[in-house]
Design a protein around this ligand. Structure first.
Ligand SMILES: [Zn+2]
Length: 128
């Protein structure tokens, strides 16, 4: 089969349904348009929602987000690759989860040499 958007050849298990269209992974990620990792408005609204619900820390996250949060907490720092392997998730799926955690100001990325790690955000960390 072919991707309805970019018309590249894809196999069935590489295809994604999106409003009745068949898309390759790249196009699917594109159309989903995950929230920008550093979007102050999204951070504010995520925080407001959580504050309204009286949520703190890992409360109010999905089970998967909690597991990601707990794993990072346990390890101190972790790369995206390690996370993807641990949860057996594609990178783009992980990015979506990470974006939520970041919007809730629970997790941040930092660079050490050439490697980007994820770590828990502390109150001392600068915003974005
Ligand atoms: Zn495509």
């Amino acid at each position: 089969m072919t991707c309805d958007r970019c018309h590249s050849q894809i196999s069935k298990d590489q295809s994604y349904e999106w409003y009745g269209k068949r898309l390759c992974e790249d196009c699917y990620i594109d159309v989903l348009q995950p929230p920008k990792p550093c979007d102050p408005a999204a951070v504010a609204s995520a925080k407001a929602t959580r504050a309204q619900l009286g949520l703190r820390g890992a409360e109010g996250l999905t089970p998967l987000q909690k597991q990601i949060y707990e794993l990072i907490k346990e390890k101190g720092k972790i790369t995206r690759d390690e996370l993807a392997r641990h949860f057996d998730l594609p990178q783009w799926e992980l990015e979506k989860q990470f974006a939520v955690l970041r919007h809730c100001e629970l997790v941040r990325g930092f660079k050490e040499g050439q490697t980007t790690y994820l770590t828990l955000m502390t109150n001392q960390d600068a915003k974005c």
